[in-house]
Design a protein around this ligand. Structure first.
Ligand SMILES: Cc1ncc(COP(=O)(O)O)c(C=O)c1O
Length: 395
C-alpha cells in the first residue's frame, strides 16, 4: 500500500543529529553533543517529598483533569517570576506548556502558512526548525556576530522588500552558539518588528542560567504592541523530565495558543504542574539556580581552559556568560562532521554536534557545538585534551 501523506510531511525528515547523538549513550565515548543539564543538579529529594505528599492527598488536586491553559496557581507564580524579570503580565497571559518546545509547535501552527517567510539566526536551534518545518515556511537566515543576530542585515533585507511574518530568536545564551543579543540590537529588533509588522518568538530557556555579567532586558519587556511571544522553561532550572514551560503573550494570542494546546494534548500533567507549584511555594528556586550557575561556571571554565591553552590557535570559540554551549569555528575547509566520524570518535573517543545541521539554509560545515554541562571536570579535561592532541596532528 502507498500511504498518501499530507504535503506538510515533505518538510519532516529524520534529523542527522539523532544518529550522532547516539554517541551520548556509549560509555566509551566522551560526548559533548547532548545539551542535557547535569542530572546531579536536579532537586530530586525535594521533588520526591512533594510527589509523595501530592499522591497521598485528594486525587482532585493531582490526578484529575485540570484547566487546559494550566493550573491557575502555577500561572500566577510564573507571572510573578516574569514580573521580577521586568515583564509585567497577568496570569491570563501565561499559558503553561509541555516544555517550550510545545510553544514552538503551537506558534508555528498559529502563524505559518506554506511559503511564509520566517527569519531566524544562522545558526539556530534545531528544535525550532523541526517544529516549524511541517508548516512549510521559507527561511530568511540572519548571520550572527558576538552581539547576536545582526539586525542591520535583517533591516537591509526588509528594506529590500523581503516580507517576514515571524522572527524566531534565542536572545540569551543562544543554542547553539552561547551568544547573547545586545541591548542595542534588542531595541533595534523591536523597532523593526513594529515598522515592518512581524511577530517575534523570544525563546529563552537559558535566561536564568547567567553566571557572569549583567542581564539584558527581554524583548518582551520592550514590547508595546503585543507582538512578542516569550517562551520560558523549567527544563534548565528544575528538570526537563517534568516537561513544563510557559508562554507570555497578548490576551488574543494566548487565547488562540490555548485553543491549539487543547487540540494537541488537552493540558499538561496535573501532577507535574502541582509539584512545580508546590516546589515554588516551599523552596527557594532562585537559591537553587545559584547552585546550578556555580556548577556550570566551573564546568565552562574547565572547557575554556583546554580550548585556550591546548587547541590550535586557528580554532575560534565563544566564551558564553551563561547557558550550556560553546560554538567552535574551524578553518573554512574543515568538515567537522567528517573529522568527528573518521578521527575523533575512533581515535580520541570524543563526539560533539557538527554545526551544519543548525543552519536553516546554507549549511556550513566548519562549525561544532560543544556542551560543557553534562560531564565532570575530570572527564571534560580528558576528552578535550585528547581532541586537542588529535587536532594538532591534522590541522
Ligand atoms: C533554545 C531552546 N528552545 C527550546 C528548548 C526546548 O526546551 P523544553 O525542554 O522547555 O521543551 C531547548 C532545549 O534544549 C532549547 O535549547
Amino acid at each position: 500500500m502507498t500511504t498518501r501523506y499530507a504535503d506538510r510531511m515533505e518538510g519532516v525528515k529524520p534529523s542527522a543529529i539523532r544518529q550522532l547523538l547516539q554517541y551520548g549513550a556509549d560509555p566509551n565515548i566522551i560526548s559533548f553533543g547532548g545539551g542535557y543539564p547535569d542530572a546531579s543538579l536536579f532537586p530530586a529529594s525535594e521533588l520526591q517529598a512533594i510527589f509523595t505528599e501530592l499522591l497521598s492527598g485528594p486525587g482532585e488536586l493531582s490526578l484529575q483533569y485540570t484547566h487546559s491553559t494550566g493550573m491557575p496557581k502555577l500561572r500566577e507564580q510564573i507571572a510573578a517570576r516574569m514580573a521580577a524579570d521586568g515583564v509585567t503580565t497577568e496570569q491570563d497571559n501565561v499559558l503553561i506548556l509541555q516544555g517550550s518546545q510545545q510553544g514552538l509547535d503551537l506558534a508555528a501552527r498559529l502563524l505559518i502558512n506554506p511559503g511564509d517567510l520566517v527569519a531566524t539566526e544562522a545558526p539556530t536551534f534545531l528544535g525550532a526548525l523541526i517544529a516549524f518545518n511541517p508548516c512549510q515556511p521559507e527561511y530568511l537566515a540572519i548571520p550572527m556576530d558576538e552581539d547576536g543576530m545582526m539586525t542591520e542585515v535583517l533591516e537591509q533585507q526588509l528594506q529590500a522588500g523581503r516580507r517576514i511574518k515571524l522572527l524566531y530568536t534565542v536572545p540569551d545564551f543562544h543554542n547553539p552558539t552561547g551568544i547573547t543579543l545586545s541591548l542595542a540590537r534588542r531595541r533595534h529588533l523591536i523597532r523593526l518588528a513594529n515598522q515592518y509588522d512581524f511577530i517575534i518568538l523570544e525563546d529563552s530557556p537559558y535566561r536564568e542560567v547567567r553566571y557572569q555579567g549583567e542581564k539584558v532586558a527581554t524583548l518582551k519587556s520592550m514590547d508595546s504592541e503585543g507582538r512578542v511571544i516569550y517562551f520560558g522553561s523549567f527544563s534548565k532550572i528544575l528538570a526537563p523530565g517534568l516537561r513544563l514551560g510557559w508562554s507570555v503573550a497578548s490576551s488574543e494570542i494566548t487565547e488562540k495558543l490555548g485553543l491549539l494546546k487543547l487540540a494537541a494534548d488537552t493540558q499538561c500533567s496535573t501532577l507535574n504542574m502541582a509539584a512545580v507549584s508546590l516546589y515554588l511555594e516551599r523552596h527557594d528556586l532562585d537559591a537553587h539556580i545559584q547552585v546550578i550557575k556555580a556548577r556550570y561556571l566551573a564546568k565552562k571554565e574547565t572547557m575554556m581552559s583546554v580550548l585556550k591553552s591546548e587547541f590550535p590557535a586557528d580554532i575560534r570559540y565563544t566564551n558564553p556568560h551563561g547557558g550550556l554551549f560553546t560554538w567552535l569555528e574551524f578553518p573554512e575547509s574543515f568538515d567537522s562532521e567528517k573529522f568527528m566520524l573518521e578521527y575523533a570518535v575512533p581515535q580520541a573517543r570524543v563526539a560533539w554536534v557538527p554545526g551544519a545541521t543548525f543552519f536553516p539554509t546554507q549549511q556550513r560545515k566548519n562549525f561544532a557545538r560543544f556542551s560543557y554541562s553534562t560531564h565532570s571536570e575530570e572527564k571534560t579535561l580528558q576528552g578535550m585534551s585528547a581532541l586537542a592532541r588529535l587536532l594538532k596532528k591534522h590541522l
